[in-house]
Design a protein around this ligand. Structure first.
Ligand SMILES: [Zn+2]
Length: 65
C-alpha cells in the first residue's frame, strides 16, 4: 500500500492518479505501473499476424472472384 507522508495516510493503488500520485496533494508516492516489453512485443506480433491473415484473405478473394 503506498503511503503519503504529507497526508499521513495509505492509498489504495486504484485510487491514485495514473502517475502514482496522491489524489489529495498530487505528490508521487508510488511508481506508475510499467508495461512489460514482452507485452508490447506480443501486441506487435499480433498486429503483424492479423495483417498477414487479412492480406491472405484479400489474396484469396482476388483469386476466387
Ligand atoms: Zn498526499
Amino acid at each position: 500500500m503506498p503511503w503519503c507522508d504529507d497526508c499521513s495516510r495509505f492509498w489504495n493503488p486504484t485510487s491514485m492518479g495514473k502517475g502514482g500520485e496522491c489524489p489529495t496533494c498530487g505528490r508521487v508516492i508510488a511508481a506508475p505501473p510499467k508495461v512489460p516489453w514482452h507485452f508490447k512485443l506480443m501486441l506487435v506480433a499480433l498486429a503483424v499476424y492479423l495483417g498477414f491473415r487479412a492480406w491472405q484473405g484479400v489474396a484469396w478473394a482476388i483469386h476466387h472472384f
